[in-house]
Design a protein around this ligand. Structure first.
Ligand code: CA
Length: 159
């Protein structure tokens, strides 16, 4: 009986630790990004964000990557623990004033606000290597295909 109790408690703990993460579906993420005001923010489209997030995390909010310099990157936008958040390990500027763990859950509004800071401080999306490599200068309309997202650059909208 006690062993069974331990199993139940362990399972419950595992669920609490994992249940809050999410792998976003492309169009669902597109809608969230648009609602958070990223379409056109600093001149970038939702397509830029989808492309970047795909190559950074595969839309998986629980994704963590570790860098050779000892810092780590968190969440759907892979924000770095030396600059943007505090993971309790890396010496950090913590410019977004947040715990890195908050970048791993399904609630991405705080992630988006932090990502806006990243873009503002660099005045571009070049902070993300994968954006420079895979997205910059590419036709990104494919990323929004089939999604119900208003595309600002579509000339038909104003005609
Ligand atoms: Ca979050």
């Amino acid at each position: 009986m006690q062993a069974w109790g331990t199993v139940v408690v362990t399972l419950a703990a595992l669920m609490v630790a994992t249940v809050d993460a999410k792998i976003y579906e492309r169009c669902e993420l597109a809608t969230k990004l648009e609602k958070a005001g990223l379409n056109g923010y600093k001149g970038y489209s939702v397509g830029d964000w989808l492309c970047m997030a795909h190559y950074e995390s595969g839309f998986d909010t629980s994704f963590v990557d570790h860098n050779p310099d000892g810092s780590s990157e968190y969440g759907i936008f892979q924000l770095n623990s030396a600059w943007w958040c505090d993971n309790g390990v890396t010496p950090t500027q913590n410019l977004c004033h947040m715990d890195c763990r908050d970048l791993l859950n399904r609630h991405i509004l705080d992630d988006i606000l932090c990502a806006k800071r990243v873009v503002s401080s660099h005045n571009s999306m070049t902070a993300w290597d994968s954006w420079s490599r895979h997205c910059s200068g590419h036709d990104l309309s494919e990323w929004l295909k089939g999604c119900d997202v208003y595309v600002k650059t579509d000339p038909k909208i104003n005609s």
